[in-house]
Write a protein that binds this ligand. Structure first.
Ligand code: NAD
Length: 356
């Protein structure tokens, strides 16, 4: 970010409801307020909680065929079913994959979405969609996929296992960190990002100590929203470009990949980004951003190596080749193919990021 206060900032509009144990009430109010008569409820088979949410809704179609990174064929099936059932509102209860499928349907139909997130992925507060096919992952932004309302309910997240909570929360922290040097970084999204880091760091430490902690889960959700708004406004920086290729072309799991790669991108960029570094150190309450992130990661048993999540060492050169053309020109430090190979090699092995 430059010192000059000249920028253009876009804030995406959505109604945000917050309240532990209040999801059913908030969703019902949205359905009534929007005048919806035929709801498509999208959720995953493993989730029991939506039963309470669905009870008083005019559900015309229940959909549970949710797959991470939204394969095009799965999106097409859901789109056809929504059209046949004459759906006028989608209620999506689940993680980023569930929201992602809802977005795929909204992208071609314009059907509005009410999102009820149950992880910390943050997709509910962005206008970014993603679809995958044999060629990899394609993303884009479109106002039709931005949920009209978001219902955050910490009670729906207590069932998220601690390792997944940790990985997902670090995915949200990655939104915050990358927002500080992404193409449209500005002081507004930097403010949201640093407050997001504070809420997430505190929330994740509480969840790690006590997974049933409502306070921890609420802080994590609050941080999730701040992180997602910062990310939606700032765009994808180097970190998201790296993870996009690892998820889309190599099938790595989304949250764990973000959680593992983040310290390496932070170590690579912060020496060339003094304003971001100052903000990160302050938000983590540490001498440096990397120290603060490292201390949090130790406290919550964060994932450490990409080799544990399906990346083969032999894939590193190909991954670097795919990432290089996507690196934002605004990245604070120039990036070569050799840099990306070193970064990925270190993240693959889980070596200390300071050695980059
Ligand atoms: P996910 O939605 O795939 O969920 C991971 C697992 O957790 C699933 O098995 C799910 O059933 C389970 N789960 C979800 N909530 C639970 C709960 N409360 N209790 C118990 N189990 C629960 O994973 P994710 O990390 O939330 O989302 C990843 C996807 O979201 C990726 O496809 C990614 O590209 C996308 N995403 C998109 C954006 C965007 O802005 N478009 C942002 C972030 C993530």
């Amino acid at each position: 970010m430059t010192d000059s206060l000249v920028f253009t900032h876009t804030t995406l509009a959505a109604r945000v409801h917050f309240g532990s144990g209040l999801a059913a009430r908030h969703v019902a109010a949205e359905v009534e307020g929007l005048g919806a008569r035929r709801v498509m409820l999208i959720t995953t088979k493993s989730r029991a909680a939506p039963a309470g949410i669905a009870r008083d809704l005019p559900v015309a179609l229940s959909w549970t065929d949710v797959v991470q990174h939204v394969p095009v064929a799965k999106a097409e099936e859901a789109r056809r079913a929504a059209a046949e059932a004459d759906i006028d509102l989608i209620v999506a209860v689940g993680g980023g994959s569930t929201t992602g499928l809802a977005k795929a349907v909204a992208l071609t139909s314009g059907i509005p979405i009410v999102a009820v997130p149950t992880t910390y992925a943050g997709s509910e507060a962005t206008d970014v969609w993603g679809l995958t096919d044999e060629a990899g992952k394609t993303t884009g932004s479109d106002p039709r996929v931005l949920p009209v309302a978001i219902v955050y309910d910490a009670a729906l997240t207590v069932s998220l296992p601690v390792p997944l909570s940790v990985a997902s929360g670090l995915n949200a922290i990655a939104h915050c960190v990358d927002s500080l040097w992404a193409p449209r970084a500005d002081p507004i999204n930097a403010g949201l990002a640093t407050e997001g880091i504070r809420a997430l760091a505190s929330g994740l430490r509480s969840i790690h100590a006590d997974p049933l902690s409502t306070e921890g889960r609420q802080n994590a959700l609050l941080g999730t929203y701040l992180a997602a708004v910062a990310f939606a406004s700032a765009g994808s920086g180097l970190h998201h470009k790296v993870c996009h290729v690892l998820g889309g072309a190599f099938g790595l799991p989304h949250a764990e990949t973000h959680a593992t790669v983040l310290p390496y991108v932070t170590a690579f960029n912060t020496p060339s980004a003094p304003d971001a570094e100052r903000r990160l150190a302050d938000a983590f309450g540490a001498d440096t951003g990397l120290d603060g992130l490292g201390a949090l990661r130790l406290d919550i048993d964060a994932p450490v190596a990409l080799r544990d999540y399906g990346l083969a060492e032999a894939d590193v050169p190909r991954a670097a080749e795919l990432i290089l053309p996507a690196v934002p020109p605004s990245n604070p430090r120039p990036v070569t193919r050799g840099d990306l190979e070193r970064l990925l090699e270190a993240a693959w092995a889980g070596t200390p990021p300071e050695t980059l």
